[in-house]
Design a protein around this ligand. Structure first.
Ligand code: NAD
Length: 292
């Protein structure tokens, strides 16, 4: 059985992908609302993914959901062979979870850290098993993204890296390995782009629509930086920038104040229905009314 902790934007996709690969999954979140949303989102995503890409295998929503146990009790992870942690990008949340996991899980259990920016070595130091802690930075939406960033920490054992690779292979995914550093490669670069796009929006240099169109039509990106921020979650973007700012001590990562205002206003992106853009109930973009 594989444990998944955190049933938010990314944990929900991780649980879905694992279940589609026929793993038994226990999905833990402290919030009952988050677990209810995850159950509904997985059912909806499994039904929709065949429409998005007919080349994808067809899964039965009932079967995918039946392999997942939704629970608020971390003790249900006692027999997990691997736990993939996806709680909010805040150090206090990570600390609480790893202390609990270290207590509850068997000594042989591997901990996979799915963080945007925290160094894996720092997270591993919260546990009594740093050799069994490894970073896998999944991309959103997890079921549709075949590549994952793999980050060994300072003490990660070769066997732990192999366990992570073979779990990924069972999910039809491959890894690109990078060294441990705040934000790794993907988010160290991406967060700067999103932050600068937010400054352009805040200074009124262009609309959110125009900023995203430039990246799509001039650079051939599938999504613009502000659409990407809405997909990831504006709160996760803000927290990631705070981690980069603090860990590097470099002012180039100081978060755009508009991001703080949006988080305070509940404009979190797709998960709240509005961010830089507005979204319908199924996550489709509504270009007519703009968010921030
Ligand atoms: N959103 C993305 O695209 C993305 C991609 C890769 C990695 N990540 C990382 O994954 C993690 C989760 O991000 P997210 O976007 O899913 O966040 P989110 O805010 O959507 O979800 C976080 C979930 O964690 C739960 N949680 C908080 N404390 C908990 C605890 N002690 N025990 C159990 N559950 C707890 C919350 O209730 C919430 O449901 C973060 O570290 C983030 O940086 C996010």
């Amino acid at each position: 059985m594989i444990g998944v902790v955190g049933a938010g934007t990314i944990g929900t996709g991780v649980a879905q992908s694992l279940s589609q690969a026929e793993h038994k999954v226990v999905l833990v979140d402290t919030s009952l609302d988050a677990l209810d949303r995850a159950r509904a989102e997985i059912g909806r995503a499994v039904r929709l993914q065949r429409l998005v890409d007919p080349a994808l295998p067809a899964y039965e929503p009932g079967e995918v959901l039946d392999r997942i146990t939704f629970t608020q009790d971390v003790a249900d992870l006692a027999t997990a062979s691997v736990v993939i942690e996806n709680v909010s990008e805040q150090w206090s949340a990570k600390q609480a979870v790893y202390r609990a996991l270290d207590r509850v899980c068997e000594p042989a259990c591997v901990f996979v850290v799915n963080t945007s920016c925290f160094p894996i070595t720092d997270v591993a130091a919260l546990t009594s098993r740093p050799a069994q802690v490894v970073g896998l930075h999944f991309m959103n939406p997890v079921p549709l993204k075949p590549v994952v960033e793999l980050i060994p920490g300072w003490h990660t054992a070769a066997a732990t890296v192999e366990a992570a690779r073979s779990l990924l292979a069972s999910m039809g995914k491959t890894a690109i390995s990078v060294k441990d550093s705040p934000g790794f490669v993907s988010n160290r670069v991406l967060m700067l782009t999103i932050n600068e796009a937010a400054f352009c929006r805040a200074e009124g240099i262009a609309s959110a629509e125009a900023i995203d169109e430039l990246f799509k039509h001039c650079f051939g990106h599938q999504m613009g930086p502000l659409e990407t921020a809405d997909l990831i979650g504006v709160d996760t973007i803000l927290h990631s920038l705070e981690v980069l700012h603090e860990r590097f001590g470099d002012s180039k990562y100081r978060p755009c104040p508009l991001l703080r205002t949006m988080v305070a206003a509940g404009l979190l992106g797709r998960k709240s229905g509005a961010g830089f853009h507005h979204y319908g109930i199924t996550g489709d973009r509504r270009p007519a009314r703009q968010g921030a």
